[in-house]
Design a protein. Structure first.
Length: 443
């Protein structure tokens, strides 16, 4: 699939253009220089043609925090992309930063197609200095306004015309990493991807955006969504941090799996429980990964003690596998990915209605349902329905006769019989004449 990178100096509207093309607030837009620190990916579509779009940090001749890291990320984006959008601002004119970016592109993007785009061109006079832009040597410029949507269609027409080798790709398995700041999320991403894909720093909040990265493992497509650290509510103010928190929630909704990352070198806190609660609330499979295991003073009993503590504190996600890792030392990362694969296989598992019905009928014979609300439930038929997580409909005489403890018993029977122990599950109880009743409503 065609990959397009947006490159330019700070505050020329790279993130605004990115958001306009992908039709989402995918990149954080703010007047603060350096807001976009990592490169950010999203799949875009124009006239039924799909392509990947990359937003990058601003390049400048001036020295500032993260300058080297941002330049490294931009270089990665240039390597990955086959088309580069060199974005400049009509309001600024051509300055030293634009010349600096052009010099870098001529050095590192020799074999790439570069499209010169002049943003903030909503004024009729914006194109009067068109000849000045030819001096860059990148051909005829496109005049657009990202904020007003002017000229975007012509630019997209040009982009897809350069795609000579469109490839249809299957939907990838998406997972995100959530945790409090400085727990090691970006380091874990880099371990999984085996490159410095995300800027790693000890400064909490280095990663403000949720970053989508597509990659292949064993011939299968995956998307990893790295998210900003979730701060305590008292520390979530107006502006970027609050917006980043909302983006974490959106990342969770887009995921097939959540990795809840904990810091093994410090005590688990209420904040950790709140973060894990987001996974529970979303009803999405999750893995509890205890990071910084290399920094823990341990003996043969330490791991079992940790597991016991985790199962007590996070009992609401009892199904989540627990893995101890060290992103810094690159230890047990393969074990973590094995669990990701296991959960993916569990989610893809389908069970026949006959096997499900036989299991539940046998469970009823072994353990008769208790009388509840003046009656006793009798289940006659069970079937699995399409859903993001294993979901089953149990047809019975009257769902109102079901006690929550018996619903849990039936859930455990299905888990044990068919190997659904590592994911959440939903049971619906339905009679022929009533609406479906969710097991969670019973509890």
């Amino acid at each position: 699939m065609l990959t397009v990178a947006i490159v330019g100096k700070p505050n020329v509207g790279k993130s605004t253009l990115f958001n306009r093309i992908v039709k989402k607030n995918k990149s954080i837009v703010d007047d603060t220089p350096g807001v976009t620190r990592d490169r950010i990916y999203c799949q875009a579509e124009w006239l039924t043609r799909n392509f990947y779009l990359i937003d990058t940090g601003g390049l400048t001749v001036k020295d500032f925090s993260f300058k080297k890291e941002i330049e490294l990320q931009v270089n990665y984006a240039i390597e990955e992309a086959s088309v580069i959008i060199f974005l400049i601002s009509a309001k600024d004119g051509i300055n030293n930063d634009d010349q600096y970016v052009a010099k870098l592109l001529k050095k590192y993007a020799k074999n790439k197609k570069i499209i010169l785009v002049v943003n903030k061109s909503e004024s009729k006079n914006s194109s009067k200095n068109e000849n000045d832009y030819y001096k860059f040597g990148f051909g005829k410029p496109f005049f657009i306004s990202s904020s007003h949507g002017i000229g975007i269609g012509d630019l997209l027409d040009q982009i897809i015309s350069l795609d000579t080798n469109e490839i249809n790709e299957n939907d990838s398995f998406k997972f995100c990493i959530i945790g409090k700041p400085n727990v090691g999320k970006s380091s874990l991403v880099n371990c999984i991807l085996r490159q410095d894909r995300v800027i790693v720093s000890d400064i909490a909040g280095t990663t403000l955006d949720a970053i989508d990265t597509n990659f292949k493992r064993n011939k299968e497509m995956f998307t990893i969504i790295d998210t900003a650290g979730i701060r305590k509510k008292s520390k979530i103010g107006e502006g970027l941090e609050k917006y980043a928190f909302l983006r974490v929630e959106q990342s969770i909704k887009r995921s097939n799996l959540i990795i809840v990352l904990l810091d093994g070198s410090s005590d688990f806190t209420e904040q950790d429980e709140i973060i894990a609660g987001l996974a529970f609330k979303a009803n999405i499979p999750c893995i509890i990964a205890v990071n910084k295991w290399d920094a823990v003073n341990k003996d043969e009993k330490t791991m079992n003690q940790f597991i016991k503590t985790i199962k007590i504190k996070f009992q609401f996600i009892h199904y989540a596998p627990i893995i101890f890792i060290s992103a810094k030392e690159n230890r047990r990362i393969d074990d973590l990915f094995d669990e990701i694969i296991n959960i993916k296989k569990t989610l893809e598992k389908k069970v026949s209605s006959s096997a499900l019905t036989e299991t539940i009928l046998r469970a009823q014979m072994l353990n008769n349902p208790p009388s509840f609300k003046g009656g006793r439930i009798k289940i006659n038929y069970v079937t699995q329905v399409e859903s993001q997580i294993p979901t089953f409909v149990l047809f019975c005489n009257n769902p109102d006769y079901l006690h929550f403890s018996y619903a849990r018993y039936l859930e455990n029977e299905i888990r044990e019989k068919f190997g659904y122990n590592n994911v959440p599950m939903t049971l619906y109880f339905k009679s022929k004449t009533s609406e479906i009743r969710n097991k969670k409503e019973i509890i």
